[in-house]
Design a protein around this ligand. Structure first.
Ligand code: F6P
Length: 358
């Protein structure tokens, strides 16, 4: 008997179900003696042994369904080694659940934080295979994560819609795109949507440069300006602060998010009306786009192959168009940032997009 535990952890995204379907279909294509244990709400389900036994049927018809049939939750890695409110040792509890069910392996779908805990479980002797999930596409070791392309499509659609209303009014529009630490979604949606200014956490901005771009556009007869701004966009001055100082500053900020701070500053400096759109969690909602359906099916099937070969301790990644295995210890704890000197940024600058820095 092959016993597999499965869980989805961290923020959800499109194609989680599609990826699990890929794993399950891949395994059942070679073996019938399979038991699947689905843990509810991520690591929480593994800690508190909250699971249900699933069959191939449960994974049928979910290729296009958003969200996750297992539920998910954020369980910060930094708290994993600390006991819960009742004194329970979480790591010991997860190991206990694993051994009690005589699992052969765990399939864990998640992003950065999830991978740190997955690697911890590997170090504790459990067999683990992970799949790269996050709209942010910030997982080190893979060129792509599922959810990213679907989120880019939604953020781009938002910018497209704003574009038509922007042309009717002489206004500045700010679209705040998800991404606190990295700007991959903002960069791609910004270029795809024809944003005039793109602000990323990786390229600190100068508000005077932004005001100047808006003024020059006005002078050239372009009365509106569209900014695609990542949640984690940061000014040059703030980027000089120590991490702790910046965190404190953000906590005290009178604005709900960076878009509102920018709006006030732009209004002051240019005397233009500014409007804000925050697509927020719509970027993680709905059906996966066709690219993500294909990609998640591929990494799911590759995970099945690894499990059938009893090759554990890997994340399935995409490199050069191929699905490959990457050791978990190489992935855990590393973020894949936007490289400010990458060719996409250079090309975007060449077509006149400003990153608010020069
Ligand atoms: O990590 C994915 C992500 O959607 C980020 O882009 C975003 O900053 C964050 O999650 C939002 O988290 P939550 O759903 O917990 O509000």
């Amino acid at each position: 008997m092959l016993r597999i535990g499965m869980l989805t952890s961290g923020g959800d995204c499109q194609a989680l179900n599609a990826a699990m379907r890929g794993v399950v279909k891949g395994i059942y294509s070679k073996r019938d003696d399979v038991e699947i244990y689905g843990f509810q709400d991520g690591y929480k389900g593994l800690i508190y042994a909250n699971f249900s036994m699933l069959t191939a049927k449960d994974f049928s018809g979910i290729l296009t369904r958003g969200g996750t049939i297992l539920g998910t939750s954020r369980q910060p890695f930094k708290l994993m080694r600390l006991p819960d409110e009742n004194g329970l040792d979480k790591v010991a509890a997860m190991k206990h659940t694993y051994h009690k069910l005589s699992l052969d392996c765990l399939v864990i779908l998640g992003g950065n934080g999830t991978h740190k805990t997955a690697n911890l479980l590997r170090e504790e002797g459990l067999n683990v295979i992970t799949l790269p999930k996050t709209i942010d596409n910030d997982l080190w070791g893979t060129e792509m994560t599922f959810g990213f392309q679907s989120a880019v499509d939604i953020a781009t659609d938002t910018i497209d819609r704003i574009h038509t209303t922007a042309t009717s009014h002489s206004r500045v529009f700010i679209i705040e795109v998800m991404g606190h630490k990295v700007g991959h979604v903002t960069l791609h949606a910004g270029v795809a949507g024809g944003a005039d200014i793109i602000l990323l956490p990786e390229i600190p901005y100068d508000i005077d440069v932004i005001a100047d771009v808006i003024r020059k556009r006005s002078d050239a007869g372009k009365s509106f300006t569209i900014l695609a701004v990542a949640e984690g966009a940061i000014s040059k001055a703030d980027a000089q602060l120590k991490k702790k100082e910046y965190k404190e500053k953000v906590q005290k900020r009178k604005y709900p998010s960076i878009a509102y701070e920018l709006a006030e500053q732009i209004q002051e400096k240019t005397n233009k009306e500014v409007r804000i759109t925050v697509p927020g969690h719509t970027q993680r909602g709905g059906s996966p786009c066709p690219y993500d359906r294909v990609f998640s099916t591929r990494v799911g099937a590759k995970a099945a192959e690894l499990i059938l070969n009893q090759e554990y301790g890997y994340m399935v990644a995409m490199r050069g168009g191929e699905t490959v295995k990457v050791p978990l210890e190489e992935v855990a704890g590393k973020l894949k940032y936007v490289d400010p000197n990458c060719s996409l940024i250079r090309e975007a600058r060449m077509v006149g997009i400003s990153f608010g820095d020069e």
